[in-house]
Write a protein that binds this ligand. Structure first.
Ligand code: ARG
Length: 460
């Protein structure tokens, strides 16, 4: 096939170089955006008198035909084309003849690829925030069913203080809500139209950039044409937001993996989201959670690769930038795939409340409450802290727990101890008395549930 730029060249390009240069096998997924962008461009050219209405109508009909045929599969992408932009233009000219050659007036592939990618990614971002909302809803459902399940909260993976499973899960809801807002934030800056920047300097035609921006659903157009074709911040920002999503999913996965182990057995995963072993008949492995945790690395890699590719690039367009697509496509595909399986895995997980409770009864997780008991009777916190530490050491040495240690033992350490201490350090009291805002107490958990419901309601 003769190159579009054959006029300037004395010989054909090398076959290997052509393959190396080509991006069609990954950018063809933007055909819809490319064609819609071209339709808006043609309409603008006609509105400005740069194209006749007749030519514009012919171009639009031709593009519509190509879109329909690509959608239906009647037209296959030509793997020999350099990229999706060249393919669509060549196909248009094949179909409507010379009029097709007028489409690329006042435009360059540099602004074309930038507009295609922004449109493609804003759609993908919308799908991802919808998936995230689905996961938040699954977490919320689990939280509502587990407001009475007490388990140890951990620091350093050591039992620390009693919390409800609802409270623990709602922490993930908070993280995921921030993820949605981070992506929406990135989309606000992404939704600025670069079309009309042309190769880098703008054009001698009197184009109407506001019109194409508006036709393509952008909030505005970028004010500097060099920035318009050089900027890939929108990729970096989305990749960064997606990396944070994966970091969150990876932490959640790690906990699901721990919780479903025999050592914890706080939850049972549904059979549908686990696998067996080829040799050990008893096994039920949390492969989905492990894979989500594992795939986090590739999304971080996509971010790092893109940042590194952009580092030190002079303005304006450089071919290096073609490398933006495989990274960002891999990241959006990976996140969508992970959320697709993670959400039902969480939604169908069963909590095993007695095991949570049994774990909460070990590890002296009510020790802080015992110290607070003394403080409320007038003792300075540091003194109370020391006495309780000695009591815990005594319990460990003698194989006892604070709940059943005799009152005489308590009183031998401080006169302030009375019969009411036992009630004060019961797991229920420890949780119920965490009355501070944002704590694990029931009012705070109810307020969190309400906040998550409002968030989800507002997005419907
Ligand atoms: N396939 C190219 C890319 O993805 C399109 C832009 C090419 N522009 C150019 N001046 N060669 O970046």
């Amino acid at each position: 096939m003769e190159k579009m730029w054959a006029g300037r060249f004395l010989k054909a390009s090398d076959k290997l170089a052509d393959d190396f240069n080509s991006s069609i096998h990954f950018d063809s997924r933007m055909y819809r955006q490319d064609i819609t962008g071209s339709m808006a461009h043609a309409a603008m050219l006609a509105a400005q008198g740069i194209l006749t209405q007749e030519d514009c109508d012919e171009i639009t009909a031709g593009l519509e035909g190509i879109l329909n045929d690509l959608d239906s599969g009647a037209l296959a992408i030509d793997g020999q084309a350099e990229d999706i932009h060249m393919f669509v233009e060549a196909e248009l000219t094949k179909r409507i003849g010379d009029t097709g050659k007028r489409l690329h007036t006042a435009r360059s592939r540099n602004d074309q690829v930038a507009v295609d990618l922004r449109m493609y990614l804003r759609d993908e971002a919308g799908q991802i925030t919808a998936l995230l909302r689905g996961l938040i809803a699954a977490v919320l459902k689990q939280a509502k069913e587990n407001t009475d399940a007490i388990l140890p909260g951990y620091t350093h993976l050591q039992r620390a203080q009693p919390v409800t499973f609802a409270h623990h899960l709602l922490a993930y809801a908070m993280m995921l809500m921030r993820d949605v807002s981070r992506i929406e934030d990135a989309v606000a800056r992404m939704n600025v139209c670069p079309l009309g920047s042309c190769a880098l300097a703008g054009t001698t035609y009197e184009t109407d950039r506001a019109l194409t921006a508006q036709k393509l659903g952008f909030d505005s157009y970028c004010l500097n044409s060099i920035d318009g074709v050089s900027d890939r911040d929108f990729c970096v920002e989305l990749l960064a937001a997606l990396s944070v999503v994966m970091m969150h999913l990876s932490r959640f996965s790690e906990e699901v993996i721990l919780w479903s182990s025999w050592e914890f057995k706080f939850v049972e995963l549904d059979d549908a989201y686990t696998t067996g072993s080829s040799i050990m008949p008893q096994k039920k492995n949390p492969d989905m959670a492990e894979l989500v945790r594992g795939k986090t690395g590739r999304v971080y890699g996509d971010l790092m690769g893109t940042l590194t590719m952009l580092k030190g690039l002079p303005l304006a367009y450089n071919k290096d930038m073609q490398e933006d697509k495989e990274s960002i496509f891999d990241a959006v595909d990976t996140v969508k795939m992970c959320l697709g399986v993670f959400t039902p895995m969480i939604g169908t997980m069963t909590s095993i409340k007695p095991n949570m409770r049994a774990a909460a009864q070990k590890g002296f997780i009510n020790a802080t409450d015992l110290a607070d008991y003394l403080v409320k009777k007038g003792m300075p916190f540091r003194t109370a802290y020391k006495i309780v530490g000695q009591l815990v050491a005594h319990c460990i040495a003698t194989g006892q727990v604070l709940e059943t240690l005799p009152l005489e033992e308590y009183r031998s350490r401080s006169e302030l101890f009375g019969e009411d201490l036992y009630d004060e350090i019961s797991l229920e009291t420890c949780v119920a008395k965490r009355v501070s805002a944002g704590g694990t107490g029931p009012d705070s958990v109810a307020a969190q549930i309400k906040a998550v419901e409002t968030f989800l309601g507002a997005s419907e």
